[in-house]
Design a protein around this ligand. Structure first.
Ligand code: 8YV
Length: 325
């Protein structure tokens, strides 16, 4: 029987319940040691499996996708972002590529709010203060921070995750929400959200107290937030990124923080992930998380199950629900 099951190659450890289902449904190769695969291992997977199931930490480049001979017909990625896959190369190879939208929207939005609150209220700094034994007791002027409620939040991009952040910020913290997105979502998706559309990125940046990035990572958004963009941000404003690291020119951000051009930054993603700039590591007005946007058991299981749905449809000769190409 096993011989007839499609061969699927999983590049990293997935939640146990999903790995179990993958093994039940397919002839699955799992990475039980959870180590990052080398280029030659990825190429080998393309040559010997019907499906490759990568994550953001795998570079699915043209070199990997164009290998000959190739057995793989579908790249079923675990994650909503797909900037780690060369979609042009995949398309010209006639490959199908899928992702896992929707199921991670709420948890990623929750994490953006976590970062905003941690940054504004100096939560990371305060925790370090307690843990290293520096806290001498309550006093009226100790670690005064910045109020969040009622402030202006600017969203770069207005896709699913940004809209979920907008709801939380407006309904939970009475924030005045604005956004900039050159590809406006259909009006019905905005109808239940209180948010103003800005005509330009500069307008958004110069009028917000908190700026949260929610555009996809792509050639078009690479270094969207560069030194010039940062120069429009107000000195008291904070920058939050749960999207993709290279949307921000990290060196320009470090310079701006060093020069007090902005008040602080909270990052879940990095330009050269997992390498983090040494200067950022030393700054107290910076909150740093290790790409945790979707990292809840519920969401990671749902992402895995979504990959399984895409694979089941593909191998049944149907259109996978999350087909990108
Ligand atoms: C994932 C993410 O953890 O889905 C995305 O795009 O950034 C995260 O939710 C990661 O991408 C898994 O591949």
């Amino acid at each position: 029987m096993t011989m007839n099951k499609p061969k699927v190659f999983v590049t990293r450890r997935w939640p146990a319940r999903v790995e179990q289902q993958l093994s039940d449904l397919f002839d699955a190769t799992l990475n039980t040691d959870d180590y990052p695969l080398s280029l030659s291992e990825l190429i080998d997977a393309m040559q010997n499996s019907d499906a490759v199931l990568p994550t953001v930490s795998d570079r699915i480049t043209a070199e990997v996708l164009t290998v000959q001979p190739r057995q793989t017909q579908i790249i079923a990625s675990f994650g909503v972002g797909f900037n780690h896959i060369d979609l042009d190369a995949a398309k010209s190879e006639g490959l199908t590529v899928t992702n896992t939208p929707d199921v991670l929207t709420d948890c990623t939005a929750d994490l953006a709010i976590t970062l905003m609150l941690s940054l504004a209220r100096r939560a990371g700094e305060g925790e370090r203060h307690v843990r290293n034994g520096s806290w001498s007791g309550w006093r009226p002027t100790h670690m005064m921070a910045t109020r969040v409620t009622g402030k202006k939040l600017g969203l770069v991009g207005m896709g699913r995750i940004a809209r979920a952040v907008a709801k939380r910020a407006h309904q939970g913290f009475e924030m005045e929400v604005s956004f900039y997105d050159p590809f406006l979502p259909p009006q019905e998706m905005l109808s239940n959200i209180e948010a103003n559309s800005c005509k330009s990125l500069e307008q958004l940046l110069s009028s917000s107290d908190f700026i949260s990035i929610h555009c996809p990572g792509s050639k078009e958004t690479h270094h969207l937030i560069d030194a010039n963009a940062i120069s429009h941000i107000q000195p008291h404003a904070f920058l939050i990124n749960t999207a993709r690291g290279d949307v921000i020119d990290e060196q320009a951000l470090v310079t701006a923080l060093n020069n007090n051009q902005i008040a602080g930054a909270a990052l879940d993603v990095y330009e050269f992930e997992p390498v983090i700039d040494d200067e950022l590591l030393a700054m107290d007005n910076v909150v740093l998380l290790p790409h945790l946007g979707s990292a809840t058991l519920e969401t990671r299981e749902a992402m895995g199950m979504r990959v399984i749905e895409n694979l089941k449809a593909f191998f049944a000769g149907e259109q996978p629900p999350d087909k990108l190409i």
